[in-house]
Design a protein around this ligand. Structure first.
Ligand code: HEM
Length: 180
């Protein structure tokens, strides 16, 4: 089966830097004191991750085929079809993002921006933003957890190592694959 390039280099670099940055930043937030020197690393990482998401949004308009938002903008109806298909075990394999992961991706991009934005508001002295920052950051952690469970589930269900594809960029092309 031919292996074709699906995830371009900028998308892969973005994904793994986002993963590493998110893990370090979350670990600092639950272990370090707000006034410890380590906490400045948490704040710097937040700004960097927010800027990376802004670049990813630009790439979603000008990047290669599967990085573009048009390739994974699914209607709510396709999402429902995907979820019901998955429950019956008959959902199609996707060569790009599938309807389920697409909604998760938009949620993660939005929540990273909201987390970075509310974090900057706190640094600027806005105490009211503290609660909001907590809500959006815990929501981000929850969506990331669902994302990882989804990746494991999809990999087992389709017997396909999609984590490796996010590293190499390549996936097996099959005739019955869909792309939204
Ligand atoms: C070790 C943990 C992780 C693994 C194995 C993993 C794996 C993957 C895979 C396989 C995809 C492609 C999904 C698809 O086929 O539609 C993907 C996409 C994505 N993941 Fe993860 N992921 C991990 C952690 C994270 C974390 C922590 C975040 C966010 C903080 C994240 C955010 C994203 C985003 C935004 C995309 C879309 C990539 C793009 O198109 O730019 N992932 N991930």
């Amino acid at each position: 089966m031919p292996r074709v390039l699906i995830w371009d280099l900028p998308t892969r670099i973005f994904h793994w830097l986002l993963t590493i940055g998110f893990l370090i930043s979350a670990a600092i937030s639950v272990t370090a004191d707000n006034d410890s020197p380590l906490f400045s690393a948490h704040m710097i990482l937040g700004v960097v991750l927010g800027a990376m998401v802004l670049l990813r949004i630009v790439w979603g308009f000008v990047g290669t085929r599967y990085a573009r938002f048009t390739s994974f903008l699914f209607s709510p109806l396709s999402l429902m079809r995907y979820v019901f298909g998955a429950l019956k075990g008959s959902e199609p394999r996707s060569i790009g993002h599938n309807a389920g992961s697409s909604y998760g991706i938009f949620a993660m991009l939005g929540l990273v921006l909201a987390t970075a934005g509310t974090g900057m508001m706190i640094s600027a002295g806005n105490e009211a933003a503290e609660e909001l920052h907590e809500i959006v950051s815990y929501s981000l952690m929850a969506v990331v957890a669902v994302h990882i469970v989804g990746v494991v589930w999809y990999s087992l269900r389709h017997r396909e190592n999609i984590t490796l594809s996010m590293l190499t960029g390549r996936k097996e092309s099959t005739l019955n694959s869909t792309n939204g």
